[in-house]
Design a protein around this ligand. Structure first.
Ligand SMILES: NC(=O)c1ccc[n+]([C@@H]2O[C@H](COP(=O)([O-])OP(=O)(O)OC[C@H]3O[C@@H](n4cnc5c(N)ncnc54)[C@H](O)[C@@H]3O)[C@@H](O)[C@H]2O)c1
Length: 405
């Protein structure tokens, strides 16, 4: 039996996928409300294909509980934030989950840490717990997850994966376990390499995005169209520049690269600058918004709306989102807090001035800052396009009323 610990954006789909591929799975989360919702037959977030997978997993016998199980395999998928002061990983959730697993785990159990951790975290924080508790019998594995919200179900099936283990035989046996559902290539390596590769992958993306964000700023000053520059540059067979945007959010790209800056402050200079560039974008959009308002003679922020609260299109996750960062910036500058905010994916109240219907949002608006390119907007632009649009995501096409980054 597999006990998946932490049933959030990563743990839940992973548990469901395992359960629908012939594995006996119990999902554990210490959040009683979350477990109650799942036991009521409802999923806890919106994701393409998740509800069908959930129904299939229920039929296959998956169980949800707040209790840790006595079983042979544990998968830990709890949060790994970073400390905003020293930029190092905050391992408290992983440490706490490991301790509780060890209370239940029988001799010889396999402990798979799926949470993203900085290189050396398992040596520094997990191994000492095993030593202190005299649990050298536990087989330690790191299996970082790469799936992208919005396409998780498909990516769980098709992505390549990395498994890090002390003992290659243990690594291979865990690779076989994942091969029950994972059709991608599974690379088996040691734990520290697995930790580093996951952080490197997200750092690579953060740097690529930072490069395009910097290009956007250069092109604005130099009077060039950054989309056209990137489009043509990417025709080069060895160039692949990502798109600029209003900032970077979510639980991965604005978080994981900081682990390297925190642990290697003397050497990770380029990474630090990239993260700072990405973090500057919400404020840059705000400055652009005021420029456009001035140009268009809009002096009342109540006539300006912010479309999108999530960190990317067609998901309901708002963690670290550029819109939240921009609203924070507005608070600091004591300006514009009266702009209304709407996101079709976010029903719960997250911020002041949030409205919950597109009609209420559009009522009397003269300008919209498009922070997220949800399908709702892209599929029916006509409802939005008779206003001034500031389009940092470049999803609204071209027009005299459409301003870019
Ligand atoms: N969200 C992503 O896009 C993504 C992608 C790849 C990897 N990751 C990594 O996966 C890990 C999990 O991220 P997430 O987005 O699923 O987080 P999340 O916050 O959505 O879910 C974590 C869950 O763990 C539960 N939890 C925390 N401590 C617990 C404990 N001791 N016992 C039982 N339950 C506990 C919480 O209640 C929560 O439901 C992180 O390390 C993250 O970096 C996330």
């Amino acid at each position: 039996m597999i006990n998946v610990i932490g049933l959030g954006y990563i743990g839940l789909p992973t548990a469901l996928m395992m359960a629908t591929h012939g594995l006996e799975v119990v999902g554990t989360d210490y959040n009683e409300d979350l477990v109650a919702t799942l036991n009521d037959g409802k999923t806890t977030f919106k994701e393409d294909g998740l509800d069908d997978l959930f129904d299939a997993a229920l039929k296959a016998g998956i169980k949800f509980t707040t209790e840790y199980q006595v079983c042979d395999t544990y998968v830990i998928s709890v949060p790994t934030p970073y400390d905003k002061i020293d930029k190092k990983i905050d391992p408290c959730y992983v440490v706490s989950a490991t301790n509780t697993v060890l209370d239940a785990a029988p001799t010889g159990a396999t402990l798979i840490i799926e949470s993203t951790v900085s290189p050396g975290t398992i040596d520094r924080f997990v191994r000492p717990i095993l030593s202190e508790r005299n649990r050298g019998d536990v087989r330690l594995v790191h299996a970082p997850e790469r799936i992208i919200p919005g396409d998780m179900v498909k990516e769980l099936l098709h992505n390549n994966r990395t498994i890090g283990a002390d003992d290659p035989e243990v690594g291979e046996s865990v690779a076989e376990l994942y091969a029950n559902f994972c059709q991608g290539e599974i690379s088996v390596t040691d734990i520290r390499t697995a930790e580093m590769t996951k952080v490197v992958e997200n750092t690579f993306r953060a740097i690529n995005i930072a490069f395009s964000n910097e290009l956007a700023k250069i092109c604005r000053v130099g009077g060039m169209d950054v989309s056209e520059v990137i489009r043509i540059s990417n025709k080069h067979p060895r160039v692949n520049i990502l798109q600029p945007g209003p900032g970077v959010g979510g639980h991965c790209i604005p978080v994981d690269p900081w682990f390297l800056v925190g642990d290697y402050p003397e050497t990770a200079n380029f990474i630090r600058m990239a993260l700072q560039t990405n973090a500057s974008m919400p404020e840059y959009v705000l400055e652009r918004a005021f420029e456009v308002m001035k140009k268009e003679g809009i002096d009342n922020p109540e006539k300006v709306g912010i479309y999108g609260l999530t960190y990317k299109e067609d998901v309901d996750d708002v963690r670290e989102s550029p819109t939240l960062q921009m609203l924070e910036s507005m608070d600091i500058h004591l300006c514009g807090s009266s702009m209304r905010v709407y996101d079709p994916w976010v029903e719960r109240d997250e911020v002041a001035n949030q409205v919950h219907s597109v009609d209420e949002f559009l009522e009397g608006l003269e300008m919209i800052i498009v922070m997220v390119g949800h399908s709702q907007l892209k599929d029916d632009l006509s409802a939005f396009e008779d206003r001034i649009l500031l389009d940092p995501r470049n999803v609204c096409g071209d027009g005299e009323n459409i301003y870019k980054l």
